[in-house]
Design a protein around this ligand. Structure first.
Ligand code: WTA
Length: 645
C-alpha cells in the first residue's frame, strides 16, 4: 500500500495547497480516485454557506467499511488492524488482524440485521475502549445504520437527552468498563437513562467486567449470544461475508454530540464519502504514515479524535492502530511509555493535558523505557504551552521526532491546521499551516478580514473558513437551522470555528483558544451554559455563572459563581451536593473545580451577566477588571473579589 497523495516536501505542500484552492474539484477527484467506490460521483463539489449546503462526491456510491477493511484483505489479511492493550497490564493483549476485523464486523452487522436494524436507523453506542466497540461502530457503518457514540464519562441524563434527540432505537453497551482502578457500571447507567423511554427496542450488552447487570426480557440481549448465532450466518465454507450496504456519499455515517455555547449539545452529522477521504488524507499526510508502522492515538472513541484517528483514518489507510483501554497514570505514570516500548510504537498522538499531567511525575517513569521506535509525535485538543512542547520533544521524542500540533474540531471531521511531520516547519505552540483544501481567514467582530498587524507584528482575530473541505459537518441532527445559526450565521459566507487565532507574515497560525462560551477541560469540550443549567437544577440554587480559568494540568478549569437561597448543612456540604447534581445531570467530567458562593452577580442594567469580569476574577487578575461603571451594582464586584476561592 502506497499513498500517491502523500506530500513529501515543503515544495510539494505549497504546490498541493495552491492546486486545492485554484482547482478544488480536480484536486479532490484525483485523491478520491484512490478509494473504492461502487460508483463514481456525478459532481465533486456543490456548496453554499448560506443554507448551508455542502455536498462532496455527489452521486457516488460506497461503503466506508469496504475501504477500511475489505480492500486490504487480499494482501494484508494477517496484518494487525487493531492492537488492543487492556487496562490491566497483566491481562491478555488482543491483536485483531484485518481478516479478523472483517469477520467480526460482518458478524456484528448480521447481529444488527437480526435485531431489525436497517439503513438510516440510529444506534447509540456506550461502551468502554474494547475491540468490540470498534466492531460495533464499523458494524453500523457496514449495514448503513448511523452510529452515535457517547463517551463513558456522561451521565444517564446526558444519555437520555442524546437518545431522545437522535430518536435512537438501539443501544450497544457493556456491563461495565475498566478505567484505571475504577469499574464504571455502564449498563446500569443505561438502565437509568432508559427509565420512561419508549423508543429503544433493543440493548446489546457485551460482557467485560462481569459487574452484575439487570437484563430486561424482550429488550436486553447478550452480545456473546447474538454473535455466536450470527457467526454461522456470515461464515460458510470458510468464507465470511456480509454484503456491505451501498451508501450514497452524502448519506449520514454518524452523529457525534458536542457542546456549544447554548445549553444543549448538538448532534454533529458527518457523511460517508467526504469524511472518509478527509480522515484518510489528513492521517496519511499529517503523520506521514508509512505502511507497517504502528499508530497509537490515546484518545477515547467517545470523542471525535478516536473516531477519526483510531478508527476511520488509520483503517482506511491499512494501518495498524493501537487501542488502549486504560488511563495514562494507572497503575503508574509510565503506562504510555511502557506501551510505546512494548509494541515499538512509531507514531504517538496524545493531548497536551496528558503531557502536562505526565510531566508532573518527573522523568522516573520514562527512565527504563525504550522509546527509540518513535518517529512522529502529535498533540490535539487544546493549545500546547511551550513548556509541555519542549518536554515532549526532549524527553519523549529525544529531539529526533517532529511534533505535529494538530488543530481541528468535532465539526471539521479531521485535522485542518497542522505542520506535516518532518515535511513542513514545526514551531512550538503553533499549529502552523492549513492542509490543502483548508482556507482560513481571520476576521474582526463584524466579520471584516483583519489586514492590520498588532504590536507583536501578528494578525489577530476570529478564525473562520472561506470554503468547505470534504470533512466539514453537514448538519446538526434533526435541526438544520441550528447548524446554520451556530456556524454559518455569525459571519456572512464563512464557517465560524469559535476559536481565536493569530497569523504571521508567512501565513503560520497560532490558535489562542475559544472566543465563545465553550471550555476545554482536560481536552473535553464543555459549554458553560450546560454547566450552569446543571447547577441550577439543584434545589437551593437561585442563579449561577460559570467561566473557565487557566489550570496547570487540565488547561482550563471550571469556576462557578453560585447564589443559593440557603445552605443545606454547611457551605461545604452544599458545595458537594452541587457537584453531585452536576455529575448526575451531565457527568463527572463537568464537575466544577471551584465553587464560590456569592450574594449577587455583576450584571449590566439590561440584566446581562458581565462574564468578562467573572473571568478576570477567576483568573486571579483582580486588579485588571476594566470598566465596571456600566454595572447595575458595582458593589457586588468587591464582594466577589473578597470571597474568591
Ligand atoms: C481546541 C477536538 C489549540 C479548539 C479535535 C477547538 C485546539 C476545540 C487544538 C475542538 C490545537 C483542538 N491547538 N486548540 N492543536 N486542537 N483545539 O470538538 O478550541 O473536542 O475549537 O475536537 O479544541 O474540540 P473538539
Amino acid at each position: 500500500m502506497s499513498y500517491p497523495y502523500q506530500i513529501k516536501s515543503y515544495e510539494a505542500y505549497k504546490e498541493a495547497y495552491k492546486k486545492s484552492v485554484e482547482d478544488p474539484e480536480n484536486f479532490w477527484a484525483d485523491i478520491a480516485n484512490n478509494f473504492q467506490w461502487r460508483k463514481k460521483w456525478d459532481k465533486v463539489l456543490d456548496w453554499n454557506f448560506t443554507e448551508p449546503k455542502v455536498e462532496w462526491f455527489k452521486g457516488a456510491k460506497l461503503n466506508i467499511t469496504e475501504n477500511c477493511i475489505d480492500r486490504y484483505l487480499p494482501e494484508m489479511a494477517d496484518q494487525p488492524a487493531i492492537i488492543w492493550e487492556p487496562n490491566n497490564p497483566e491481562d491478555r493483549v488482543r491483536v485483531v488482524t484485518y481478516a479478523r476485523l472483517h469477520k467480526r464486523v460482518c458478524q456484528f452487522a448480521q447481529v444488527l440485521k437480526n435485531l431489525g436494524v436497517k439503513k438510516g436507523d440510529r444506534v447509540c453506542i456506550y461502551m468502554g475502549m474494547v475491540p468490540e466497540l470498534a466492531y460495533a461502530v464499523l458494524g453500523c457503518a457496514r449495514i448503513g445504520a448511523i452510529h452515535s457514540v457517547i463517551f463513558g464519562g456522561f451521565s444517564a441524563q446526558s444519555i437520555a437527552d442524546r437518545l431522545e434527540d437522535a430518536k435512537a432505537e438501539y443501544i450497544v453497551t457493556c456491563d461495565g468498563a475498566y478505567r484505571g482502578a475504577k469499574d464504571i457500571p455502564l449498563k446500569s447507567i443505561i438502565d437509568d437513562a432508559l427509565i420512561g423511554n419508549k423508543v429503544v427496542k433493543k440493548v446489546i450488552v457485551y460482557t467485560r467486567t462481569r459487574t452484575p447487570v439487570s437484563m430486561l426480557k424482550g429488550r436486553d440481549v447478550w452480545w456473546e449470544d447474538e454473535m455466536e448465532h450470527a457467526e454461522g450466518q456470515v461464515e460458510k465454507n470458510g468464507t465470511v461475508s456480509f454484503p456491505a450496504e451501498e451508501m450514497d456519499a452524502e448519506d449520514p455515517l454518524f452523529i457525534l454530540y458536542t457542546s456549544g455555547s447554548t445549553g444543549k449539545p448538538k448532534g454533529v452529522v458527518h457523511t460517508c464519502g467526504g469524511y472518509m477521504v478527509w480522515t484518510n488524507y489528513t492521517f496519511v499526510n499529517t503523520f506521514q504514515y508509512q505502511q507497517g508502522q504502528k499508530h497509537f492515538c490515546t484518545a477515547d472513541i467517545g470523542w471525535i479524535t478516536g473516531h477519526s484517528y483510531i478508527l476511520y483514518g488509520p483503517l482506511s489507510a491499512g494501518a495498524t492502530s493501537v487501542m488502549f483501554e486504560g488511563v495514562p497514570t494507572w497503575p503508574d505514570a509510565g503506562r504510555f511509555w511502557e506501551i510505546v516500548d512494548k509494541y515499538k510504537i512509531d507514531i504517538l498522538y496524545t493531548a497536551p493535558t496528558a503531557i502536562r499531567s505526565l510531566m508532573s511525575y518527573g522523568l522516573d517513569p520514562i527512565k527504563d523505557k525504550d522509546l527509540s521506535s518513535l518517529k512522529v509525535l502529535g498533540t490535539v485538543g487544546e493549545p500546547i504551552n511551550e513548556e509541555a512542547w519542549h518536554w515532549y520533544d526532549e524527553n519523549i521524542g529525544k529531539k529526533k521526532c517532529p511534533i505535529v500540533d494538530t488543530w481541528w474540531q468535532t465539526e471539521t471531521g479531521g485535522i485542518l491546521i497542522t505542520n506535516l511531520a518532518g515535511v513542513t516547519p514545526a514551531i512550538p505552540s503553533w499549529a502552523t499551516l492549513p492542509l490543502p483544501g483548508v482556507q482560513p481567514v481571520l476576521v474582526d467582530d463584524r466579520g471584516v478580514e483583519i489586514t492590520e498587524k498588532n504590536e507583536e507584528g501578528l494578525y489577530k482575530g476570529n478564525l473562520c473558513m472561506k470554503a468547505p473541505w470534504p470533512g466539514i459537518l453537514r448538519t446538526t441532527y434533526g435541526d438544520h437551522e441550528r447548524c446554520r445559526t451556530n456556524y454559518f450565521a455569525t459571519y456572512e459566507n464563512l464557517y465560524f470555528t469559535g476559536d481565536g487565532a493569530m497569523k504571521d507574515d508567512e501565513g503560520f497560525y497560532r490558535i489562542t483558544g475559544r472566543v465563545d462560551d465553550v471550555l476545554n477541560v482536560s481536552g473535553h469540550r464543555i459549554g458553560t451554559a450546560e454547566v450552569e443549567n446543571a447547577i441550577n437544577m439543584h434545589a437551593s440554587v437561585v442563579e449561577s455563572a460559570v467561566v473557565g480559568y487557566p489550570h496547570d494540568i487540565k488547561g482550563q478549569g471550571i469556576y462557578a459563581y453560585v447564589i443559593v437561597s440557603s445552605f443545606h448543612g454547611s457551605e461545604d456540604e452544599t458545595r458537594k451536593d452541587i457537584l453531585q447534581t452536576v455529575s448526575r445531570i451531565i457527568g463527572p467530567i463537568a464537575k466544577p473545580d471551584r465553587i464560590q458562593f456569592v450574594n449577587g452577580l455583576p450584571k449590566t442594567r439590561s440584566g446581562k451577566i458581565m462574564r468578562r469580569i467573572l473571568r478576570k476574577i477567576a483568573e486571579g487578575e483582580i486588579e485588571k477588571l476594566g470598566d465596571t461603571s456600566t454595572l447595575l451594582d458595582p458593589g457586588v464586584v468587591d464582594d466577589i473579589k473578597k470571597g474568591k476561592v
